[in-house]
Design a protein around this ligand. Structure first.
Ligand SMILES: Nc1ncnc2c1ncn2[C@@H]1O[C@H](COP(=O)(O)OP(=O)(O)OP(=O)(O)O)[C@@H](O)[C@H]1O
Ligand SMILES: [Mg+2]
Length: 252
């Protein structure tokens, strides 16, 4: 933790879908250079909170503060513009495109060409920037002009994280980034999270793999049936107490 004011804060957030109360009065703070684990059983409300924080859904009530100032996102684009990148479980990489094209997908650099305002993609500069951005967080991808379909699952996940890192300026939200990865590849993703943290980003890390959560986070927030039931430094949990808090065997 490197600063007092959280870079991002959810205050008393509730979200209802019809008669389903997915979130009830949830508070969460993320500081610069901090990795916050967000855990809970299936249906606990993790993705709903992510959707509120990333502008995909609007909370029914409550506030969100970025650098201490209240913000309201009408679209995910507004949250992205403000420096919040979200990596959803399905990362949406395009397998047939190159690494750098994936990093820049939807935000390709256009340069003015002979065709005037149509322009063309500044491929060389995108390859170079993608390579630099990935390298910065310790992502070793053979060549950024290689197609994503030729990469391993772990390398793909790394590119998806690299893409988020390359565009985020404040917060990176990772929903299950180590899912379906082998032990070594998951370890690589955890290393990347450490690097991203040391660059001063705030990170929200969602996972059902509790050893990963205990390894990489500074603090863990536990949701149960839409309510925050614990928010403590990771050092105060071990695998049994964390599991017990998630399942409710250990009370609030
Ligand atoms: N669009 C929606 N419409 C209606 N109910 C929803 C919607 N999205 C989520 N819910 C409900 O809100 C609750 C929280 O769901 P959410 O997806 O946030 O859980 P989660 O913690 O991400 O679970 P998982 O670990 O399975 O991904 C669940 O009861 C779910 O059925
Ligand atoms: Mg979810």
């Amino acid at each position: 933790m490197t600063s007092q004011t959280p870079i991002y804060e959810a205050r008393n957030i509730s979200k209802s879908y019809g008669s389903v109360d997915a979130l009830v009065g949830v508070n969460l703070k993320i500081h610069a250079g901090e990795v916050v684990g967000l855990v809970g059983d299936n249906g606990a409300g993790k993705s709903t909170l992510v959707k509120c924080l990333s502008g995909a859904h609007q909370p029914t009530s409550g506030q969100m503060l970025l650098d201490g100032k209240e913000v309201e996102w009408k679209t995910p684009h507004e949250a992205i513009e403000a420096g919040i990148e979200t990596l959803y479980q399905e990362s949406g990489l395009a397998p047939d495109l190159s690494v750098s094209s994936n990093v820049f997908l939807g935000r390709e650099e256009l340069v003015k060409g002979p065709l005037g305002r149509l322009g063309f993609l500044a491929q060389k500069s995108m390859d170079k920037k993608a390579h630099e951005d990935l390298e910065r967080v310790g992502i070793a991808v053979p060549a950024s002009n290689r197609a994503v379909s030729q990469l391993s699952g772990g390398q793909r996940q790394a590119v998806a994280i690299g893409r988020a890192v390359s565009w985020a300026s404040k917060i990176i939200i990772l929903d299950e980034p180590t899912n379906h990865l082998g032990a070594r590849q998951a370890g690589e993703v955890l290393n990347i999270i450490e690097r991203v943290k040391s660059e001063g980003f705030g990170v929200i890390f969602i996972s059902h793999t509790l050893p990963h959560v205990l390894q990489v986070t500074d603090r863990v927030a536990v949701l149960r049936l839409g309510r925050l039931v614990a928010d403590k430094p990771t050092s105060e949990f071990n695998s049994e107490t964390l599991l017990g808090t998630i399942t409710g065997l250990i009370g609030e």
